[in-house]
Ligand binder design. Structure first.
Ligand code: IMP
Length: 419
């Protein structure tokens, strides 16, 4: 039984947490393969809100949860989430891959220092993500297996701190000493040891035994370190390719890739946003959709749905089906727009240009739609107003990908499955 992959197709915050929670009821294992606590997933079950930054949202359903090799783990945040779940009476079944990178206190300091001194700010979450992945590439990172073995951790820390002290002093910042770091992280080091494992093998064995595996991408495709709007991106790979390398599985382990997109679009942080809206309408959508960052609380930028983005995301990730979320937020807006192409230097483009400087100059070409009022409950597609069906049909036709899930509210029950 191959695995199901869930990816964000926009700039993150597409509502993947809810989709994963919904699909998790049928899964045996939920695996997160990229990013760290820059992500924020909100899951509402029976009126109770759970906010996760690291542990896959499948934890709400007591599923076996894995943090794969591609994840950047802040050990203190992980420990807090484990405790939060235990307080809620959940049985925490967790495996953290030996290869996962550890976010260290100096990564967080460096992230903040770089942002503060940049003339063009990326608008990072300041959680140390970029510096942590940079260390992985530079081979000066500390992996989970090293971290949970106190003697190895001390040894590794000593070696790495030589570089970090120099790096931070360039910003006029003192690097925390070995003793300070050990004091801060020692408790997590001891408590997290029990979760050490090889997620690549766990997933392989589960698939062999015919168990259902759900792979959860954090962030969204246009924040991908290669294919996103570089440099306004994150430092990991929220892509199909990223899932394979971030877990250690082969291409034929995948059964289907579900692309999640909001019925409109949002972005936190800097970078091009072709369909961005300003003014009253943006404010209305932001308030109605509670579009404030789960991690940083920042107000999200708001825009119309952009099918040029979804076309590119769908092509590169091999998206088989779509989950459209937050359709209810558009309910009651008189006229709606969907961008289906860009205009650049007199030419019409159907795919996002590879060069970010060109994306910045693109203008949206819209099709306009009549607004709709959604009923409180949807049991079948036919319960949707005709105008909403037309809006959704246009997405399917333009992308040539079927919509299989429609989410129209934060609760698990506010979800329509389409056969
Ligand atoms: P970083 O991942 O903290 O380095 O931030 C890089 C960019 O990605 C910034 O624009 C962030 O706002 C954005 N970003 C990172 N994680 C998320 C997320 O989970 N949702 C939305 N945006 C994110």
């Amino acid at each position: 039984m191959p695995a199901t992959l869930v990816l964000g197709m926009q700039f993150g915050d597409e509502g993947k947490g809810k989709v994963v929670d919904f699909l998790a009821s049928k899964a045996d294992i939920v695996v997160r393969f990229n990013g760290g606590n820059n992500a924020g997933h909100t899951v509402v079950v029976a009126g109770k809100t759970y906010k996760f930054h690291l542990i896959p949202s499948g934890a709400v359903q007591d599923k076996l949860c894995c943090l794969a090799s591609g994840v950047a783990v802040n050990p203190k945040v992980l420990l807090e989430e484990i405790k939060m779940l235990q307080r809620e009476g959940k049985e925490v079944r967790l495996i953290v891959d030996a290869r996962a990178q550890i976010i260290m206190p100096y990564h967080i300091l460096l992230d903040g220092a770089k942002e503060a001194s940049a003339n063009k700010k990326i608008g990072t979450t300041k959680r140390g993500i970029g510096p942590c992945y940079a260390d992985r590439a530079a081979r000066t990172g500390i992996r989970f297996a090293e971290f949970v073995d106190l003697e190895r951790f001390k040894e590794r820390l000593k070696a790495v701190l030589l570089f970090k002290q120099k790096e931070l002093s360039a910003y006029g910042i003192n690097c925390p000493s070995e003793e300070e770091i050990l004091k801060e992280y020692e408790n997590a080091c001891r408590k997290l040891r029990q979760y050490l494992g090889d997620v690549s093998l766990v997933v392989r064995d589960a698939l062999k035994e015919g168990r259902q595996v759900l792979l959860e991408g954090a962030q969204g495709f246009f924040l991908d370190n290669d294919f996103g709007t570089y440099p306004y991106v994150t430092s990991s790979h929220p892509t199909t390719g990223g899932a394979l390398t971030g877990i250690g599985i082969a291409h034929n382990a995948l059964d289907r890739a579900i692309g999640v997109a909001k019925a409109y679009c949002t972005r936190v942080g800097s970078g091009p946003f072709v369909t961005e809206l300003a003014g009253e309408l943006a404010d209305t959508i932001r308030e109605k959709g509670k579009e404030y960052g789960t991690t940083t609380g920042r107000p999200r930028r708001i825009g119309w749905l952009d099918l040029v983005m979804l076309r590119t995301a769908s092509r590169i990730n091999g998206i088989d089906e779509l989950a459209i979320t937050k359709l209810d937020v558009l309910s009651g807006i008189e006229k709606l727009k969907i961008c289906y192409a860009y205009k650049l230097d007199g030419k019409e483009l159907k795919e996002v240009p590879a060069d970010t400087a060109l994306v910045e100059r693109c203008k949206p070409i819209y099709k306009e739609f009549e607004g709709f009022e959604l009923p409180a409950e949807l049991k079948k597609l036919g319960d949707l107003p005709a105008q909403a069906r037309e809006y959704l049909k246009f997405i399917e036709t333009e992308l040539n990908v079927p919509i299989k899930i429609i989410s129209y509210g934060p609760g698990r029950k506010d979800t329509l499955l389409i056969d």
